[in-house]
Design a protein around this ligand. Sequence first.
Ligand SMILES: CC(C)(COP(=O)(O)OP(=O)(O)OC[C@H]1O[C@@H](n2cnc3c(N)ncnc32)[C@H](O)[C@@H]1OP(=O)(O)O)[C@@H](O)C(=O)NCCC(=O)NCCS
Length: 155
Amino acid sequence: MSIALFPAGLDTAPLAAIHAQCFPDAWSAKAIADLLTMPGTFAFAAPEGFALARAAGGEAEILTLAVLPEARRYGIGSTLVSEAASHAAKLGAQTLFLEVAAGNLAARTLYRRLGLTETATRKGYYTAGRQTPEDALILSSALPLSPLGKSPPAG
Ligand SMILES: CC(C)(COP(=O)(O)OP(=O)(O)OC[C@H]1O[C@@H](n2cnc3c(N)ncnc32)[C@H](O)[C@@H]1OP(=O)(O)O)[C@@H](O)C(=O)NCCC(=O)NCCS
């Protein structure tokens, strides 16, 4: 698994191509590039997936997470979120939050195993590609993450 910080200025078309295979409301290469020009915004990427995140004011947010269908269940998604969380902590973030669709059990399980917990619900938040709106759950955790089954570092 080769996962690295996505270099500033690199062509974001491969990220957009991955996103398009993962979401009904795909983000364009330009939209991703524009996000990456915003202060505190960064991505970790592998050939099979990426996580885009922003750290500002002591808080970090996972803006999107996508792994190609054929590359799932190999730990790529978890590693992308873990790397993004570590990087955000280095940028000064003390907490991490994100939104996930209530029906997205794969992502909810991944995040729960990384130690994120539900803190709020946004009713009917998601509409793209759906016949009926779906709730968004807000998940959060202190940084560094404390994945389930692992003790937080002493001290
Ligand atoms: C969610 C997503 C990023 C997971 O990526 P991944 O690389 O498969 O994740 P991991 O391999 O790290 O999975 C970690 C754990 O999450 C859980 N999990 C992941 N996918 C799952 C699924 N389809 N069903 C049940 N549990 C799942 C499992 O507990 C898994 O561990 P295991 O494989 O040892 O059982 C990927 O499915 C995806 O891109 N989905 C579409 C886009 C999306 O929903 N993004 C998140 C939006 S918030």
